[in-house]
Write a protein that binds this ligand. Structure first.
Ligand SMILES: [Zn+2]
Ligand SMILES: [Zn+2]
Length: 185
């Protein structure tokens, strides 16, 4: 796919095209800048005033904060992070593309900073794309789901990117450790 203008850089969501929340669309106008930029944001948006903002905002208006200001919009829930400054929380909630999760979207943090979101994963993606995150997923299943041994292995094998349960993979920008949580309905 040819790209004429480089997409904006998102510190906490480095490749929103790969994770599927920014999509190519030659015809979709952005409600914030009124331009057709060729890419549109397809991820979650919460706004008290507007309920129709998905597929209506371009990634540039998310990156510079204008979409958040204009519509009182947030794209991710950064309230679950501990020990992270308000500045980082605001950047993740208001200037970073979010992602869909089954129940509660959690943005993970490490080293007093928000982590970068790398994508959703099932057992297949863990093997091919995120082998270094297997340890973090296993740890999450032990602590959050109280699983061990054969049960844990069975649950790991059942993880799916498109069907539940799904693992959400992050990496710390400072210590580069992989982090993960698992969600299902
Ligand atoms: Zn725009
Ligand atoms: Zn860290």
């Amino acid at each position: 796919m040819e790209q004429t203008v480089a997409l904006p850089t998102f510190k906490y969501h480095p490749d929103p095209v790969a994770t599927g929340v920014v999509v190519r669309d030659e015809d979709a106008p952005c409600l914030s800048c009124n331009r057709i930029r060729g890419y549109i944001y397809d991820g979650p948006v919460t706004s008290e005033k507007f309920h129709y903002l998905t597929h209506c905002l371009c990634p540039w208006c998310i990156a510079d904060g204008s979409a958040a200001r204009r519509f009182g919009a947030e794209f991710a829930d950064s309230g679950t992070m501990a020990g992270v400054s308000q500045e980082v929380r605001d950047e993740i909630a208001q200037r970073t593309p979010g992602f869909y999760s089954w129940q509660e979207t959690r943005w993970l943090s490490c080293c007093r900073d928000g982590a970068e979101f790398l994508g959703a994963a099932g057992s297949k993606e863990l093997k091919t794309q995120f082998p270094e995150a297997v340890k973090a997923v296993r740890q999450c299943l032990q602590t959050d789901f109280d699983l061990s041994g054969a049960d844990l292995k069975e649950f790991m094998d059942a993880l799916s990117k498109d069907e539940q349960p799904t693992a959400y993979i992050f990496r710390c920008r400072k210590c580069l450790e992989y982090l993960a949580y698992v969600d299902e309905t």
